[in-house]
Write a protein that binds this ligand. Structure first.
Ligand code: NAI
Length: 279
């Protein structure tokens, strides 16, 4: 596949996996559109990528807002005239149990992790189809979107997997030149555990309470996993390999297939849900 001089749009591009994808797109010679809610990090990423010689547009975007994503598309077309790769990647982590997560927690996480991807698809798919050129869309879900539900986060990620599968079928039905993949990473070393830095003021968690010891243990487990995780550059390698192969499911950590299998076996055997965190 030829990426040179094509246009890539990446949400959540100022940090972590999105930043890794942006760097990789620039290395491939692409024009890069960076979208992120965190403006200083966004502008810094723009400056650093431009220093490598890449053509870069940075657009402050809250993916939870349809109007922001529509403005992102307009600016992309005004500046670079097309979109060939779309990475619906922005995401956050928050919340604990179903009834102890606040309404603000639920609204925030569904807004960014699910509505963000819906807005991206509703806005960009018609543009990409109308171009009648090769293109590829990658939605970032998580391995948590394929394993048994255990958090508001996994609720949103299961939804992104379902959304991506529907996208795949719809594009295949049209015999479109635009392809789709869903990225389901295990732990990647990013700032995901500091997602609170980007929580909008209107969704501040007014009734935040101390975590229970079990919740605290889970947060610590995830924090350590993320710290010891794969680099965003490695995650981007997996993504580009899948785009080249036109492969839909992108798993960065093959050893986690066992937890996916456990859920499927529970369903096949009509067994109650197993807990992959209990060994
Ligand atoms: P990160 O926190 O390093 O990067 C996320 C980026 O999204 C940040 O730059 C942040 O400012 C931006 N963002 C947050 N809210 C936004 C909004 N409303 N609109 C636009 N941008 C927004 O975290 P990471 O890990 O790179 O996250 C990227 C994606 O990868 C997320 O969808 C996450 O759920 C997913 N993921 C991460 C894993 C990990 O271990 N780090 C594992 C599995 C999935």
């Amino acid at each position: 596949k030829e990426f040179k001089d094509k246009v890539a749009v990446i949400t959540g591009a100022a940090s972590g996996i999105g930043r890794g994808l942006a760097e990789r797109c620039a290395q491939e010679g692409m024009k890069v559109v960076l979208a992120d809610i965190e403006e200083p990090a966004l502008l810094q990423t723009q400056t650093e990528l431009q220093a490598t010689g890449a053509k870069v547009l940075a657009v402050r975007t809250d993916v939870a807002k349809a109007s922001d994503v529509e403005a992102l598309a307009r600016k992309t077309l005004d500046t670079f005239g097309a979109t060939h790769l779309l990475f619906n990647n922005a995401g956050i982590g928050t919340g604990t149990s179903i009834w102890k997560s606040t309404l603000a927690d639920w609204e925030w996480i569904i807004g960014v992790n699910l509505w963000g991807v819906i807005h991206g698809l509703r806005t960009f798919v018609p543009i990409m189809l109308a171009q009648d050129t090769e293109g590829h869309i990658v939605n970032t879900a998580s391995i948590a979107g394929l394993t048994t539900g255990h958090s508001p986060y996994s609720v949103t990620k299961h939804a992104v997997v379902a959304l991506s599968e529907q996208l795949y079928h719809s594009l295949a039905h049209l015999n479109a030149k635009v392809k789709a993949s869903v990225l389901c990473p295990g732990f990647v070393k990013t700032q995901i555990m500091d997602s609170e830095r980007n929580r909008p003021v209107e969704l501040q968690n007014k009734t935040a309470r101390p975590l229970t010891p079990e919740e605290e243990a889970m947060v610590q487990y995830i924090r350590q996993g993320v710290q010891a995780g794969m680099s965003p550059q490695q995650a981007a390698d997996h993504v580009f390999q899948a785009i080249r192969e036109e492969r839909f499911y992108i798993l960065t950590h093959p050893e986690l297939k066992a937890a996916v299998h456990m859920r499927l076996e529970d369903i096949m055997q009509l067994r109650n849900p197993s807990n992959p965190f209990q060994s």
